[in-house]
Design a protein around this ligand. Sequence first.
Ligand code: PLP
Length: 357
Amino acid sequence: MKKYNFNAGPSMLPREVIENTAKQILDFNGSGLSLAEISHRAKDFQPVVDEAVALIKELLNIPEGYSVIFLGGGASLEFCMIPYNFLVKKAAYLNTGTWAKKAMKEAKLFGEVIEVASSADANYTFIPKDWTCPEDVDYLHITTNNTIYGTEIRKELDVPVRMIADMSSDIFSRPIDVAKYDVIYAGAQKNLAMAGVTLVIVKDEILGKAESVRQIPTMLNYKTHVEKGSMFNTPPVVPIYSALETLRWIKKNGGVEAMDKLARQRAEILYNEIDRNKLFKGTVAKEDRSVMNICFVMNDEYKELEKPFFEFATSRGMVGIKGHRSVGGFRASCYNAQTIEGVEALVACMKEFEAMN
Ligand code: PLP
């Protein structure tokens, strides 16, 4: 039976990315050695990093003055590295979900944190709109896509300071105005690569900003990794290679503009069914609906059908549709590799299950 992968992360990657990476794991560039067995300093590996960085700059149209690096430690390590490196006195955070809250918790270790707005009281079912950002903060931190709750800021915010954004779950799914950001970071295991690598895009002029107020351990200092071109220590070689394959795939398939169009199409198909089907309802404010993580629950009068629907959908090949425990119900993650066919298969399940009930 064909499987349709809606996992939230690690998640579906284009088949050719998996296949091409697997080939290199077996025999890297015809060398007779595995990609997993060679030195990261081998002459054949540097071009992998160089091409990946060049493609990231090209696909996201990154202006001069930014560096692109690959780190370990996941997006979670960035939660502390960001304030460690860039919070001199105070920083503003927009609290739109679990990941934003975790980022804020780390920042409080380093200075004053202003929560500009929060939708915590409403279980993060919307993106707060009526707030202002103070002008005297070191940065405003946002999470552009809330993987757990299924809300998204898909349009650049208009604020008086440069932003730092966690784009773990929507990077490369749309064009971004990079100039509005000091840092963009993303754990790669959703839209970019196999788990184990984090992408960081950082504005060069802010490197070393917080060194005036604290010493930063070498490994946690962005400067170290920028100066050494992501090769200060052993980088995650295989995930970086898989990122390169994904970037080539994105370029071949029309770049981030095409990814954006497809994401909107997939989301429209699924949200239309959620809104039409008597059994289901969406969980978040319509204007803030994520096109990456689509959350829905049973309508109140059909609550007892949650488990039966899950079992039914699983029997039809749907994988990873269980909602996060903080929301319940279902979550269909539709990252770049997700197909229209996959979403239509899920919609067909929903229709069939409605007819049965
Ligand atoms: N930020 C967002 C938006 C996420 O979705 C996740 C993980 O799902 C994280 C941060 C944490 O990422 P990692 O597991 O790479 O530390």
